[in-house]
Design a protein around this ligand. Structure first.
Ligand SMILES: Cc1cc2nc3c(=O)[nH]c(=O)nc-3n(C[C@H](O)[C@H](O)[C@H](O)COP(=O)(O)O)c2cc1C
Length: 381
C-alpha cells in the first residue's frame, strides 16, 4: 500500500475507534472508575504481551511524521505526547503504550515502601466538568516489586519512572523524607531496567503528614542529596500547579542550580470550587484533587512563565487538560517541548494520542513549521 493510502486507512481506523468509544462510554462510565481502570490496564497488558496484537495496533493506529521527531536530553522521541504518571503505576503497559501512539511513558509514581492507597473513593469521574477526582496518594507496589515486573523487558518507546516519598506517617522529618526518596533512586539506579529518564515527584497533593518540598530550603535539601548520586539518566521534576507564580519561580530558581533536565508542569488542581467545574458535580466525592480541564489554564500559565525565565536551560513537559491537538499545540506554543496526559484518553479513548499527533502535524504545517521544536515557546516570547 502506498503511504498516503496507508495513512488514510489509519485515519479512518482512528475515527471508527473514536466513534465506538463514544458509544460505549456512557455504559463504561456506569461502572466504578477504579474497576474500569484496573480492567483496562489488565486488558492492555494482555494485548501488549502478544506480538500479533502489538503489530496490528501499531500498524493501524500510530501516526508518524518527521515534524514530530525530537531528540532531547539525548533521548529520541518519535512524537511529543507521553503517558503521564499515575495511569500505569504498576508497570503493566510498557509493551502496549507505543502501539497506541504514545511517544513515551512514565510508570509510577513508585515509592520505597508499597502503599495500598488512601481510603475509597480514590477515583471519581466528573464527566460534565471533564475531570477526574483523584485521591490515590501513591497507591503502588513499592519500588522493588515494580522493578521485578520489568525485569528483562526492552521498551519500544522511551520509558521513565516517577519517584516520590513513601506515603506514611512514620516519616516524620524532612531529612527522613529525603533519605526515603534517595533510597528509591539508588534502588532504581542499581537495577538493569533500561529507563530513559527519571521523574522526581514533589507535588502529590494527596499525601499524609506535613512533609513537603515546596519551601525552597526543603527543595534544596532534597535536590542536594538526589543529585549527589550522579544519576545516570536525565531527571525531570514534577511540579505543583497550586502554588503562586512567585512560589513557583522560587522553586524553579532552586531547581536551576542543579543538573535537572527539565520540569513537568504540572500536577493536579486542589481548588474544589474551580471556575471550570460544573456546579454540584464534585459533591459526592468528599476528598481528592482534580485532573483534566480544571488543570488546563493554570498549567498553560506556568509553562509560559517557566519558559520565559528558564526556557533556555530546562526542557518543559506540559501536562494538564489535553483533550485535542489544539490543546496540545497551545502548550507547545507556550513553551512545552513535550506533553503528557491521562484524562483526555479516559474521556476520548485510547486512539486519542494518535489523533492528537495527526492534528499536531497539521497545525505545525499550517503555521509553516518544519519541526515541532520551531513552535516551542512562540507565544511566550
Ligand atoms: C488517576 C490519576 C492518578 C495520578 N497519579 C499520579 C502519580 O502517581 N504521580 C504523578 O506525578 N501524577 C499523578 N497524576 C497526575 C497526572 O500525572 C497529571 O499530572 C494530571 O492528571 C494532569 O493531566 P491530565 O489532565 O491529562 O490528566 C494522576 C492523575 C490521575 C488522573
Amino acid at each position: 500500500m502506498d503511504t498516503t493510502l496507508a495513512e488514510r486507512s489509519r485515519h479512518f481506523t482512528r475515527m471508527i475507534m473514536h466513534g465506538l468509544y463514544r458509544v460505549a462510554r456512557p455504559v463504561v462510565f456506569l461502572v466504578n472508575s477504579e474497576v474500569v481502570h484496573e480492567v483496562a490496564v489488565r486488558f492492555g497488558e494482555k494485548i501488549g504481551s502478544v506480538r500479533f496484537f502489538r503489530r496490528l495496533l501499531g500498524g493501524t493506529l500510530v501516526f508518524k511524521d518527521g515534524a514530530l521527531f525530537q531528540t532531547l536530553s539525548g533521548i529520541h522521541f518519535e512524537n511529543p505526547l507521553g503517558l503521564s504518571a499515575g495511569f500505569d503505576y504498576e508497570a503493566r503497559l510498557t509493551e502496549v503504550i507505543g502501539t497506541i501512539g504514545f511517544g513515551f511513558a512514565t510508570i509510577g509514581t513508585v515509592t520505597c515502601a508499597p502503599y495500598e492507597g488512601n481510603s475509597k473513593p480514590r477515583l471519581g469521574r466528573l464527566p460534565k466538568s471533564r475531570s477526574l477526582l483523584v485521591n490515590k496518594g501513591f497507591k503502588n507496589l513499592g519500588v522493588e516489586k515494580t522493578l521485578a515486573r520489568l525485569s528483562g523487558k526492552q521498551f519500544s518507546v522511551p520509558v521513565g519512572i516517577s519517584i516520590g516519598k513513601t506515603n506514611t506517617l512514620d516519616i516524620k522529618t524532612q531529612s527522613e523524607a529525603v533519605l526515603d526518596v534517595c533510597k528509591t533512586f539508588s534502588i532504581v539506579e542499581n537495577s538493569d531496567i533500561p529507563f530513559s529518564y527519571y521523574e522526581l515527584n514533589i507535588s502529590c497533593p494527596n499525601l499524609k503528614g506535613n512533609i513537603e518540598f515546596y519551601e525552597p530550603a526543603h527543595l534544596d535539601e532534597l535536590l542536594k542529596d538526589v543529585f549527589a548520586r550522579e544519576l545516570s539518566r536525565p531527571v525531570f521534576i514534577k511540579m505543583p500547579i497550586i502554588k503562586t507564580n512567585e512560589e513557583t519561580l522560587a522553586m524553579l530558581d532552586v531547581i536551576s542550580r542543579y543538573k535537572v533536565a527539565g520540569v513537568i508542569l504540572g500536577n493536579l488542581q486542589n481548588d474544589r470550587s474551580h471556575k471550570t467545574l460544573v456546579k454540584g458535580e464534585i459533591d459526592k466525592y468528599p476528598k481528592g484533587n482534580l485532573s483534566g480541564i480544571p488543570t488546563q489554564e493554570r498549567s498553560n500559565e506556568l509553562i509560559r512563565i517557566a519558559y520565559q525565565k528558564y526556557g533556555k536551560h530546562m526542557i518543559i513537559i506540559g501536562t494538564g487538560g489535553i483533550f485535542s491537538a489544539e490543546d496540545a499545540y497551545k502548550k507547545i506554543r507556550a513553551g512545552a517541548s513535550l506533553l503528557q496526559m491521562i484524562t483526555g484518553m479516559i474521556f476520548e479513548g485510547p486512539q486519542l494520542p494518535a489523533q492528537i499527533n495527526e492534528g499536531l502535524a497539521k497545525l505545525l504545517r499550517r503555521d509553516g513549521y518544519k519541526n515541532i521544536s520551531e513552535a516551542v515557546g512562540v507565544d511566550a516570547r
